[in-house]
Write a protein that binds this ligand. Sequence first.
Ligand code: EPS
Length: 401
Amino acid sequence: MIRYFTAGESHGPALSAIVEGVPAGITISLDDINTQLARRQQGYGRGGRMNIETDKAEVLSGIRFGKTIGSPITLVIKNRDWENWTTIMAQFDQPAEEMTKITIPRPGHADLAGRIKYGFDDIRPVIERSSARETAARVAAGTFAKIFLKALGIEIGSYISAIGLATESPSDRLLAELLGKGAEAVSTQADLSPVRMLSKATETDAVAAIDEAKQRGDTLGGIIELFITGVPVGFGSYVQHDRRLDAALASAILSIQAIKGVEIGTAFANARKPGSEVHDELHLSPAEGVIRKTNRAGGIEGSMSSGQTIHLRAAMKPISSLITPLQSFDIESLQPAPSRFERSDTCAVPAAGVVAEAVVAPVIANALLEKLGGDHLDEIRERFDYYRKNLRNTFSTEHPL
Ligand code: EPS
C-alpha cells in the first residue's frame, strides 16, 4: 500500500514528502516529477510567488539507476522564497523586535480555527502550513503512483470546466475522442490552454473573468473534471466502508486546499431524475461482453470500478486571501477590523486540477495493489494482464473463457 506524508511551511526552507509502498521496478526520472511540478505552477491567475519559484524535486532515497527499489522515497522541493523569510520564519532565533504578529484572520481560511486550535498569539504558523503551497509536495509524491499506473495502462487526466461564471461543456465527441486515447490526452489538450479549458471561447471568457476579479481585488473558484481510464471492473469493494473506492477518491480530492465538493458521474443531476433515466443499462456484445452505452455512474457502481472511465468533478471555492478586505476582527484588541491581505492567487483552479490528478493516483494504485498484490512492477503486470485477459472474455460469446 502506498502511503505518504508531506512536511514543510510555505515560506520555510523546503517542502518534503516521504512516499512509502511504491513497488520496485518502476522507471522514473527527475524530469517526470519536475514536469508535474511545472504543470502545477501554471495557470492564468496565479500570484507573484510563482514568479519566484521554479519547483524542482530532489530525491534523497528509494531510487537506484532510475528505478524504484521498493524502499521509502524521500523528496525535497526547496522554497526559493525562503531566503526572504529567514527572519519571520527563523527556526531557532527569537523573533526580531520589529516583527508584527498577524492577528486578523481571513474569513474562509484556516486562520481563525487554526489559531484557536493550536493556541498561537500569531496566525503566521497557520498560514504557513495551511497554504496550498503544500500541494507541490503532494504532486511530486503522486507522480510515483501516476507513473506506476501508466505503466499498466491506467491514465489520469483533467480539464477545467468552469472558472467563475465562464462554463464550458465540450462536445461529447471531443471528450470521447480524447478519452479514447487515454485520460492523459485530456490533460495534454487542457495544458495548451492557460486556464486548462478545452474550448477557446470559454478560455477567453475565463481569462476575462480572472482579469476582472483581479482588478476588483477579488478571487474566483471553479470546477475540475477528472478522468481515470483503463481501470478494470472490480477495484474497491462494497463489503466495508473503508474499502469503498468512491469514498476513498472523494476523500483524497476533498483533502486538497479549497476543494469543497466532489461529484461522481452526474450525481447531482441524477438526484433529480427517476431511476429509469439514471442507471446505465447493460448490453451484451458478442466481442466485448458487457457494455454500457452511458456512464452516468461515473465509472463506479457499488463503490467498485465498473470498468468504464471514472469521472469525478470537484468544486473549488474562490481562494480566501482577498486584496479587497472582508469584515473580520483583531484577535488581540477584539475590535472589528478589515481582513489583511496575504499574497495569494486570483485563481488557482487550473493548478488544482493537476493536484487532483496527483492525489487520486495513490488511491487507484492502492485499489490495484489490494486486488492483485505484488512488490515488483513485473510481478504486478503479469497478474494484471491475467486479470484483464480473463475479464475481456467474461460474458463474451466470441471469446469465451
Ligand atoms: C502557493 C504558494 C503561496 C500562495 C498559494 C499557493 O505562495 P505565497 O503565500 O508565498 O504567495 O500563492 O497559497 C494559497 C492559495 C493559500 O491559500 O495559502 C503555491 O505554491 O501553490
